[in-house]
Design a protein around this ligand. Structure first.
Ligand SMILES: NC(=O)c1ccc[n+]([C@@H]2O[C@H](COP(=O)([O-])OP(=O)(O)OC[C@H]3O[C@@H](n4cnc5c(N)ncnc54)[C@H](OP(=O)(O)O)[C@@H]3O)[C@@H](O)[C@H]2O)c1
Length: 167
């Protein structure tokens, strides 16, 4: 198992490491949305099937290729009208990344998918909100696996850190 240089991840947590509420992200933050857009646009985003369902109208993100991780690729039948979405298994996705090295890949959630990709990612962009959003899903992220931490942005609402596995 080794780190893949063109693979990163992006997540946001609240002050209690809350990740989601009622199957959705409970915050609406222009700062976080703009940062997410800046970091993902033009890249290939990788997400779990539950995260796809949580997107507006369960549609793939525009301006990005979307890889959906699932054990049941039959689910892709509902998305035949889109040319920017692929339904892959986990191992199949790793093979795809290894065979298509001219793209940047970014894992966007949810918890299950972040967990399985964590050993492979080089960089994690981590938004931490300073308030409690009463989440019902939590992600106690172990940041010890990262060697370097840079503060990208801070205001009254949130901090954004870039965590990297190399110094
Ligand atoms: N705070 C944030 O930054 C953030 C970011 C994204 C999402 N979210 C929230 O997180 C929630 C979803 O997260 P989640 O952890 O429940 O689900 P998820 O990670 O989005 O998706 C889970 C699904 O991925 C597939 N899967 C998982 N492991 C797999 C493997 N090894 N091989 C093949 N397929 C695999 C399975 O799909 P099948 O059942 O189809 O096999 C599984 O049901 C939503 O509420 C969303 O709003 C928060």
């Amino acid at each position: 198992m080794s780190i893949i240089n063109n693979l990163s991840a992006i997540i946001a947590l609240d002050v209690n490491n809350g990740f989601a509420k009622d199957g959705n992200i409970p915050w609406k933050s222009k700062t976080d949305m703009n940062f997410f857009r800046e970091k993902t646009i033009g890249k290939t985003v990788i997400m779990g099937y539950n995260t796809l369902l949580s997107l507006p109208n369960s549609k793939p993100l525009k301006g990005r290729q979307n890889i959906i991780i699932t054990n049941n690729k039959e689910k892709g039948k509902d998305y035949l009208q889109y040319d920017n979405i692929h339904f892959f298994g986990f191992k199949e996705t790793l093979d795809y990344i290894n065979n298509n090295t001219n793209q940047e890949y970014i894992v966007i959630g949810g918890i299950q998918i972040i967990e399985i990709f964590l050993p492979y990612i080089k960089t994690l962009f981590l938004t931490h909100f300073k308030t409690d959003f009463n989440c019902d899903k939590f992600y106690p992220l172990n940041t010890n696996i990262f060697l370097k931490s840079e503060l990208v942005f801070e205001d009254d609402e949130l901090t954004i850190q870039k965590l990297t596995k190399s110094l």
